[in-house]
Design a protein around this ligand. Structure first.
Ligand code: LLP
Length: 388
């Protein structure tokens, strides 16, 4: 038997496909689970990584729950502010911040710039000085800690472009402390995404502890430690594990990261918060009999959800219209003129017909936000459980 998610199919019939369907009850339950897991640690500050999904309704729901925001561009800061995130809870990372973007952050007095290079530190100092301001910065350190995840989404190895190398850290810290218009408040780390092995986070904690201890011996006070995001989700079983194990994730940090009195620990979670509440809903355009296999051709393609084409990522595929007992094996593909426009090969589905609704599950993170107009296709729409 194939277990399927619950979807309001009657309402879907009124809508143009493809579109993202967001279960806002699940999003709110997920936010509550995060809140419960950190309630007893007032020094834990959770920032939602806007890059995972910047749909205004999603952002408003998360802002309303009191979370901060982690932004990686000026436009992300703008949409976060518009959705109700407080500037004093916004952190801003990115290797290529332009002057315009830095000025935007300065004008709104955001909480902190996560600085990724020496030239960036100098420019932030100059631009803050020009406004007669002092601004808070954290140095993004490349911890050289690997994560057991896809090569394209690890970020904390020495070979990655992100952050300051450990060997340069003392020099950059001294420089930051000498500059008049920046206040060095802390360190920022991020080792990668879709991490399910908690020992990866333990390895990061150990590295952070030794860096903080080393800086202390040099008289450098670290008020804020930001360990980034990266907690993964269960793509295989979205119905069994709709909410990630936040208790275990935060307990790992509580146990292994040695926080000093007065220190805050910041997190930047994206995927774990929004992935499971979103599904890409599409209609079957054709079922095509190939010579060796059958193809289900959808009206959704890699322009709507690029993760399978870009990272060979798995998304569970469900035919949510068919009640057939008969199971067939199909390759499920999109209409885009690229051979990589494939959502799944040899997928077992109930007998599938033209017009059936297909749900691509766990698509709430890095789905809608990564959509493109390639082939002059329209961007996918969005529908919400509260209003449908
Ligand atoms: N903080 C920093 C500095 C990051 O680079 C990222 C993600 C996050 C936080 C949030 O990570 P999360 O909690 O979502 O794992 N497009 C890829 C994922 C790219 C992640 C980039 N950085 C995907 O679809 O899998």
């Amino acid at each position: 038997m194939i277990i399927k998610g619950h979807f309001p199919i009657e309402s879907f019939k009124e809508l143009d496909t493809p579109f993202y369907y967001y279960d806002l009850d699940l999003l709110r339950d997920t936010l509550d689970a995060v809140g419960d897991a950190v309630r007893r640690d007032p020094e834990f500050k959770v920032h939602y990584a806007v890059k995972a999904n910047a749909n205004p309704t999603i952002l408003r729901t998360i802002a309303h729950a009191g979370f901060g925001a982690d932004c990686v561009s000026g436009p992300e800061i703008e949409v976060a502010l518009k959705a109700g995130f407080k500037p004093e809870k916004i952190v801003y990372a990115g290797v290529g911040k332009t002057d315009k973007e830095i000025n935007l952050g300065l004008d709104h007095d955001i909480f902190c710039f996560n600085v990724e290079s020496v030239p960036e530190l100098e420019v932030i100092n100059d631009l803050a000085g020009a406004k007669g301001k002092t601004t808070r910065v954290a140095i993004r350190v490349n911890p050289d800690v690997g994560a057991h995840t896809h090569a394209n989404i690890t970020t904390g190895l020495a070979e990655n472009k992100f952050g300051i190398a450990l060997t340069d850290l003392d020099r950059v810290v001294d420089m930051a402390r000498a500059l008049p218009n920046v206040e060095l408040i802390g360190l920022h780390f991020h080792i990668g995404s879709q991490i399910l092995d908690m020992t990866d986070f333990t390895a990061l904690c150990n590295r952070v502890n030794s860096i903080v201890e080393h800086l202390e011996t040099r008289g450098v006070e670290i008020k804020d430690i930001n360990v980034g995001g990266g907690l993964g989700i269960d793509y295989k079983h979205p119905n069994h594990h709709p909410i990630p194990d936040f208790a275990l994730y935060f307990a790992t940090y509580r146990r292994h990261l040695k926080l000093r009195p007065g220190q805050n620990l910041h997190f930047e979670l994206g995927r774990a918060i929004v992935a499971q509440c979103g599904s890409l809903i599409s209609r079957v355009v054709f079922v095509k009999e190939g010579t060796k296999k059958k193809f289900v051709i959808l009206d959704a393609g890699m322009t709507d959800l690029i993760r399978p084409a870009l990272y060979q990522a798995y998304h569970r595929i469900e035919n949510i219209s068919s009640d057939s007992e008969e199971i067939e094996r199909y390759d499920v593909v999109g209409p885009v003129c690229e051979s990589s426009d494939v959502f799944g090969k040899a997928v077992d589905l109930p007998l599938t017909r033209r017009g059936d609704f297909i749900a691509l599950r766990s698509a709430g993170a890095y789905g809608e936000i990564m959509a493109s107009h390639y082939n002059c296709r329209q961007l996918p729409g969005a529908a919400f459980s509260d209003t449908i």
